[in-house]
Unconditional design. Structure first.
Length: 370
């Protein structure tokens, strides 16, 4: 008997890694729930990689292959949303994988509830080592995770509907500020090493929610576009968290997110400005999440620009940028009394270093020990 609901997986890629892309797609093809489609979007890749993507798409008739002209990840996702034929839409990046039970479990919940969207759990993996994701400067005690091989994710039986109901966290109006802060910078963590990320990971949304142009990804923004997208959903849709690991997020030193980027400051400041408009910064929880995002963004700027070995500007340029990151908006917020009041002990230490122009020195010493 044909399954009642169809899942559309949107997977945009630009010049990725063929082996990783095959791993990602295999995690979909091996789902215990079989009524799905994969919309594989070639977002302006080289001819060679586009051909490899097309070859991968031919391995299963449920993979639909499309080529677009460098729309960017947001544009490519929006393009695919309009083409999706499923009742449920989810997203996957080309170097990540899905738990084999997640479609079955997500469909069970959506078939038996009135939720518009489910936010499931993510498991964080760094160079084939796994751990609960922590903040930018938390100590990370990595453990070996050989089960995360190139072709497999950990197996487990799908939870029953009764077990899933116990794992659902209803987002009540009273919890709204905490929920919004969790989708910006304070992940909701639960057992099994899982957490609800601020990205697109483990999101299952009814296709009907996307009708008439709603809940598209913001264009012209390269970073944190998914945090903006999450805030828009939380404002309008009936959402719940599901305490089940559905998505495996792989980060490695060679990934794009760790690459040198001379425009990273501009790339950061545009979405941060947008987020400041969407968030209720008068609320302590949301303000704390906003400033935690600022601190994480500064670390990212150090990693991709200021502390990157490929960045070799004139001394005056380096000093001007450093001055901007300590004295101008939005970064100067980290030195305010309000930041001090609503931050935790570790953030207050970093704020003190920021005030004394020692924060980047601190990160330089930290990265050398990793």
């Amino acid at each position: 008997m044909k399954d009642e609901m169809k899942v559309s997986v949107i997977l945009p890629v630009k010049n990725g890694n063929k082996a990783l892309l095959e791993r990602a797609i295999d995690s979909v093809l091996k789902q215990t729930y079989h009524n799905f489609e994969i919309l594989l979007i070639n977002d302006g890749s080289t001819d060679e990689f586009a051909m490899e993507m097309k070859e991968i798409s031919e391995k299963d008739e449920r993979i639909r292959f499309f080529s677009v002209d460098s729309l960017g990840v947001s544009g490519a996702r929006n393009y695919a949303i309009d083409l999706a034929e499923g009742d449920i839409i989810t997203f996957l990046d080309g170097d990540d994988t899905l738990n084999y039970c997640c479609f079955e479990e997500a469909v069970r919940i959506l078939k038996n509830s009135r939720y518009d969207a489910l936010f499931g759990g993510t498991y964080y993996i760094y160079d084939n080592k796994a751990d609960i994701a922590q903040g930018a400067d938390y100590d990370q005690n990595w453990v070996e995770a050989e089960e995360f091989s190139a072709t497999s994710s950990p197996f487990r039986k799908a939870y029953s509907l009764e077990e899933l109901k116990k794992r659902v966290v209803r987002l009540t109006p009273e919890r709204v500020h905490k929920t919004r802060s969790e989708c910006v910078a304070e992940p909701y963590r639960f057992g099994d090493g899982g957490y609800v990320s601020r990205g697109i990971a483990a999101r299952f949304i009814r296709k009907s929610a996307f009708q008439e142009g709603f809940f598209r990804f913001p264009l012209g923004i390269r970073l944190y576009e998914d945090a903006i997208w999450n805030l828009m959903m939380l404002e309008k849709l009936k959402v719940c968290y599901v305490k089940a690991v559905w998505y495996y997020y792989f980060e490695n030193a060679a990934s794009v997110s760790n690459a040198y980027n001379e425009n990273v400051i501009n790339d950061m400041e545009m979405p941060i400005e947008r987020l400041s408009q969407l968030m209720e910064l008068s609320d302590p929880l949301e303000y704390h999440a906003y400033t935690r995002l600022l601190m994480d963004s500064l670390r990212y700027i150090y990693k991709c620009l200021y502390g990157h070995p490929d960045w070799k500007p004139e001394k005056s340029v380096r000093k001007a940028i450093k001055r901007h990151l300590y004295k101008d908006a939005p970064w100067k917020e980290i030195k305010t009394l309000r930041y001090w009041r609503y931050s935790d002990k570790k953030d207050r230490l970093k704020a003190s270093l920021h005030k004394r122009h020692l924060l980047f020195t601190y990160w330089r010493s930290k990265w050398r020990t990793l």
